[in-house]
Design a protein around this ligand. Structure first.
Ligand code: 0O2
Length: 238
């Protein structure tokens, strides 16, 4: 590199640091950070709604349908990989328009009917719009994965504007979560010798766990009765 080119590069680098708004790369980073901040706030909004529901249930029905709630922002590498898989060039605009799961909340319930009770009461709230629902409990994935996935939109009030933000809410029982966590761990182990055998063994575990969920639900119905926490049909909500 000659001296002139080197000076030019240094000037560009210093300009990028001093005047980020004039540098396209810096601007994109700033916009990405702002978008992630907005998703973080959307997670807070939806998580608070779920916590309020859980508290209300505990007074009204004398039990908590939610065991615990976790949340995550999708990692930049996962965002990039998902856009690449969809053959969409990486940009902040592309994330906003094409990804529904940059903000994610996982709700772990005690029993299967709690999942639908929580989902139904969340999506019927005035400021929540249900964008999509995938019921992998009624229709498990071929590998045995079970969970209810909702994409909801919630308005978030920022300092000088309001934005409708999308959040993916995955709702499942403790048993379904136990299986999904281990399945997730095993998927990253690339060097298994007999993948078909492992897949079949995992599917068998998923089915056993699903039967246990149904048995636990039956026991709960005997103790609490089925009418204690009425459930509306979830399919009617989309
Ligand atoms: P991570 O790390 O959880 O974010 P779409 O989002 O609609 O374009 P996609 O991604 O197929 O299409 O959505 P889908 O099927 O509703 O589910 C995506 C998410 O569900 C995954 O997110 C996982 O969290 C979970 N999931 C789906 N299938 C499985 C499975 O077989 N095993 C486990 N353990 N989890 C599953 P990500 O983006 O893959 O990862």
């Amino acid at each position: 590199m000659n001296e002139r080119q080197e000076k030019k590069d240094i000037t560009r680098y210093v300009d990028a640091l001093l005047y980020p708004e004039t540098n396209p790369f810096q601007t994109e980073i700033a916009q990405f950070e702002e978008l992630m901040m907005m998703y973080t706030c959307a997670i807070k909004e939806v998580q608070t709604k779920l916590e309020v529901l859980n508290t209300d249930f505990s007074v009204r029905y004398k039990r908590n349908p939610i065991e615990f709630i976790t949340s995550r922002l999708k990692r930049p590498a996962s965002i990039a990989a998902k856009l690449k898989a969809k053959k969409i060039p990486l940009s902040v605009k592309a994330i906003k328009s094409n990804l529904n799961d940059a903000a994610g909340i996982r709700v772990i319930c005690s029993f299967i009917d709690d999942i639908y009770a929580v989902a139904e009461r969340l999506v019927r709230q005035d400021d929540i719009t249900l964008i999509d629902a995938k019921d992998y409990i009624m229709h498990p994935k071929p590998n045995g994965y079970r969970s209810l996935h909702l994409i909801v939109e919630v308005p978030v009030f920022f300092a000088d504007h309001t934005r409708d933000m999308r959040v993916e809410v995955q709702i499942r029982t403790i048993a379904m979560d136990f299986w999904a966590s281990l399945d997730h761990q095993l998927k990253y182990k690339q060097d298994v010798e007999n993948p078909e055998e492992i897949t079949a063994a995992l599917k068998k575990c998923a089915d056993t766990i699903a039967q246990t969920d149904l048995d636990m639900q039956a026991i709960k119905n005997k103790i609490y009765g089925e009418e204690k926490m009425p459930i509306k049909k979830f399919n009617n909500l989309l």
